[in-house]
Design a protein around this ligand. Sequence first.
Ligand code: SAM
Length: 212
Amino acid sequence: MRLRNVKGSRETIAASEFTINEPNQFKGNWKKEVFGNENPIHIEIGMGKGKFIMELAAMNPDINYIGIEKYSSVLVRAIEKRKEQELSNVIFIRMDAENIEEVFEEQEVDQIYLNFSDPWPKDRHAKRRLTSKEFFSRYHHILKQDGLVMFKTDNKDLFDFSLEQIPLAGWKLEYHTYDLHHSEYVEGNVMTEYETKFVGEGKPICKLVAYR
Ligand code: SAM
């Protein structure tokens, strides 16, 4: 979802009260210094325009949500939407999740959502996939011991790859489905932007939940 050259997007992000511009400085202190409470922290990596994370934030005021997005041109769309909402428990960071261990302390995060992550189809780019064993190793450090990684995608190849990576990374599968919307796990499901589009086209959605 790369929207190229949205004029002034970096400046908009820098000036926005809804983004954290130097996230490294809050490492270890997100709850107290950013949210002013001791509530759990849930993050979405690659949040796109933020529909999913803002809906969750509205439903769960006792959870702190942090949306992470690599591209300014996409994040500005989330900021626009955020301005229309009365929420005090969601903020955004523009960063590449490769550096996530610089931003969160060991076990600082309670849950990680990955939704419709970029597939990086070439083998030589496998390490860039957000469900590669390299990324699971990063999640291992920042996620508290009983924390979960929840992943949804329409891409079966990426999903099969992710299922293989989980044991290689030393993680376990709590459950998985190749057709979320016709499974028992659909209850309480919050749709993302991409999911809404794919479901509308009749595509099945895969979901897995991983733990250690
Ligand atoms: N999660 C949203 C949804 O389901 O509607 C957006 C899905 S979109 C296909 C994937 C998003 O992940 C893009 O906005 C992309 O810029 C972002 N992304 C990809 N790799 C990333 C990374 N390493 N760190 C942060 N964001 C990333």
